[in-house]
Every structure is written in C-alpha cells, then in structure tokens.
Design a protein around this ligand. Structure first.
Ligand SMILES: [Zn+2]
Length: 153
C-alpha cells in the first residue's frame, strides 16, 4: 500500500459503483463526495457535503475539502487533509482538534438557537406560513464522540 499525495476529482451525478483510486468523486446534485481511502487500502470513504459535514472548495482548477478526513472506522485509521488537490497526511486525532471540533459544534448549535429565538420574537405568522424546522441529522459532536470512543478503546 502506498499513500497518495495527490488526488484528482471528477464531478458526477451519481457516485459510481467502482471508484478509481486517487479520484474524488463529487456529486453536487446529491451533496456527497466519495473516494477510495488515500492510504491505498482501497476502502470507500464517503464525505457528505453539508454545513455539519464537509465543505467543498472548488477554485476552477483544484478541490479542497474541510475538515480533514479521519477514517477511524477503517482498519488503517488514516487521517489526512485534502487541499488544492494535494493530500496532506496528519497524525492521530489531537486533543486540540477535538476541542476545535467541539467548539465548532457548540457555535453551530448557538447559531441555530439564535435563529429560533429571533423567529419567536418576530410577529408570529399564521401557522401555515411558519417555517418548518427540520431536526439536524447527526451532529458533528456525535460523530467526534463516536470517533473518539473508537480511538481510545
Ligand atoms: Zn486506508
């Protein structure tokens, strides 16, 4: 197995069944990305695009995704950052990163509640016109907790 240091990308409608190594497949339509783990283990890694998942940056020539990809659920436990089509290898999940993740999640929740509160303050429209808030899927905090519990076990 050899670690990749570069990755290319392909914009697709559907992520194909068989992925080529070293290619990040991006489906804007389905807000998801998939690639084979950059360590060379051949495992498929799916990184959904969402405010609490991953963000994709496309500058017309290269792609970057953030935050980093931590494959704690795979045997290889690889951890890397994809930035400007390059794969930057990281070490183990550090305490600072966990704390940064928690802070980010707290901020996201805070923003969410602020929005809710300001909605309540505004004159209430007829029930039919009220925006329906959908519960967020799985929060980043939950994901980090899962990763962490697997990591320390
Ligand atoms: Zn791997």
């Amino acid at each position: 197995m050899s670690r990749l240091h570069e990755i290319s990308y392909e914009f697709v409608e559907f992520v194909p069944e068989r992925l080529e190594p070293g290619v990040l497949y991006i489906s804007v339509q389905y807000k998801t990305m998939a690639h084979l783990c950059c360590c060379g283990c051949g495992k498929k890694v799916v990184t959904p695009i969402s405010p609490t998942g991953w963000q994709l940056t496309y500058d017309g020539k290269t792609v970057s995704i953030s935050p980093s990809v931590g494959n704690w659920n795979l045997d290889c436990r690889s951890h890397y950052v994809i930035s400007g089509n390059r794969v930057h290898w990281g070490g183990r999940w550090s305490r600072e990163m966990i704390e940064a993740g928690f802070a980010r999640d707290r901020q996201a929740k805070q923003d969410y509640y602020d929005t809710q509160t300001s909605r309540e303050r505004s004159p209430s429209p007829s029930p039919a016109a009220r925006p329906v808030s959908t519960p967020k899927a799985r929060s980043l905090l939950t994901k980090i907790k899962e990763w962490w519990s697997r990591e320390v076990r």
